[in-house]
Ligand binder design. Structure first.
Ligand code: ZN
Length: 141
């Protein structure tokens, strides 16, 4: 489906890993540069509309992404969130949090309390992509 859905019409960021059901994208957001999203490839609004195997595929990617981000960035905390109020197309925010990030300890959508987010390494995207491939498609070189 399309018709004005941002996640049907665009990838939503640089695609770091994808298969037929799920993609992992990196939008390179200014305040939270390590934030990535796991996006269902199909236009579906709710987790309970999915078959069990589809839910499992989506959450397997969420957990693999959490693990890969912890490995690469050593955050103080990981945040997982799924809302879909503005874009009713299933996606999970997977957010590495640091005690000195612009919103900590509040949610990243709350009031910004400090500047200067810490940057991600310059090779972040290829390293995260490789870490996801190792976890999610181990047969691929
Ligand atoms: Zn959509």
């Amino acid at each position: 489906m399309s018709g004005g859905c941002a996640l049907c019409d665009t990838p939503g960021g640089e695609v770091l890993w994808a298969d037929e059901r799920v993609r992992v994208v990196w939008p390179a957001e200014a305040d939270h540069p390590g934030l990535c999203r796991v996006v269902l490839q199909a236009h579906v609004a709710e987790m309970t509309e999915l078959a069990r195997s589809e839910r499992d595929a989506l959450m397997t990617a969420v957990y693999a992404l959490e693990e890969a981000l912890r490995e690469l960035l050593a955050p103080d905390k990981m945040n997982l969130a799924s809302f879909g109020n503005r874009i009713a197309h299933l996606h999970w925010h997977v957010i590495p949090r640091f005690t000195d990030d612009p919103h900590f300890p509040a949610a990243i959508w709350d009031v910004r309390v400090r500047p200067n987010p810490r940057p991600v390494p310059s090779d972040f995207a290829p390293r995260l992509s490789a870490a996801l491939t190792r976890r999610l498609s181990p047969g691929v070189a």
